[in-house]
Ligand binder design. Structure first.
Ligand code: ZN
Length: 275
């Protein structure tokens, strides 16, 4: 399998270096030779997006995706409407920054069946497609690990995401494949190749699953610190035709507590050796 030999396809999520502002992420990533950045929306609050776009350009950083939209399901129709409004705002923000993709954490409402939530997700995405198309921004359905099915995502496998994409059947909608959420699935290889046939892989996220994991939200590992066969999964994703960035997305109280500049060097080492 092809080894990574440089950082030309390394993208880092701003949430990976959570203590940093958007300006600090751009400056430090760029200085250390990272070219891709996926931007979490809370860092944009109160910011002039034109200035951020200029900052990205000056520092030769490529905005890979905006994170995140979604959260479509609700028992309340009013909430579902608010979610659509927020997704339109996310699409506007992505377009303003030049990011080609909004990643969708699709949502779930614990008060209703997962199947109902999944129908509301498909309905929500269908309603957004004309707007997304007009703005030139694609929507990536990110299946989450089943432990999040209660309230974060009724989409918990790549098979479900692929079923949704095939029923929606729009070139504006694809999937984000995150090894943390999908590594356990014995059907993963086949489903990645199914994406390949549909040409709809929009993003590839990497980190590692620590054993034992002490917190299921904020104890992810750097690549090489856990049990996910990351190189194998990257190989399948590339065989399926994906040529985009490998996005490092790590949420970790342990790593956020470190000096973030030193941590950035560890991210690069872990990327070259274990991705
Ligand atoms: Zn992810």
């Amino acid at each position: 399998m092809t080894e990574l030999t440089d950082f030309s396809k390394l993208c880092i999520h701003t949430q990976t270096t959570k203590p940093w502002s958007i300006e600090e992420c751009i400056a430090h990533f760029s200085k250390s030779g990272v070219r891709g950045i996926s931007i979490w929306r809370h860092l944009l609050e109160g910011k002039d997006l034109k200035k951020i776009k200029t900052l990205l350009e000056i520092n030769k950083m490529e905005p890979v995706s905006l994170v995140r939209g979604g959260f479509f399901p609700s028992l309340e129709s009013h909430q579902r409407e608010l979610a659509l409004q927020d997704n339109r705002l996310a699409i506007d923000q992505a377009a303003a920054l030049g990011a080609p993709v909004v990643v969708l954490v699709c949502g779930a409402d614990p008060g209703q069946d997962l199947e109902v939530s999944r129908r509301q997700i498909i309905d929500g995405i269908n309603q957004l497609i004309p707007y997304a198309k007009n703005m030139g921004v694609k929507l990536a359905i990110e299946p989450l690990h089943p432990m999040y099915a209660g309230d974060k995502s009724a989409v918990v496998s790549l098979e479900q995401a692929n079923d949704m994409c095939e029923s929606i059947a729009s070139p504006m909608v694809g999937v984000a494949i995150d090894v943390y959420h999908l590594w356990w699935d014995n059907n993963l290889k086949n489903e990645i190749f199914r994406c390949g046939k549909n040409k709809n892989i929009l993003a590839f996220h990497v980190c590692d699953w620590r054993v034992p994991t002490i917190d299921f939200l904020t104890d992810r590992g750097l690549m090489g610190e856990g049990c996910i066969p990351i190189k194998q999964i990257r190989k399948w994703v590339e065989e399926a035709g994906f040529e985009g960035y490998n996005e490092v997305e790590v949420f970790s109280d342990r790593l956020w507590a470190q000096d973030q500049k030193l941590y950035l060097e560890d991210i690069k080492k872990s990327y070259i050796n274990h991705t």
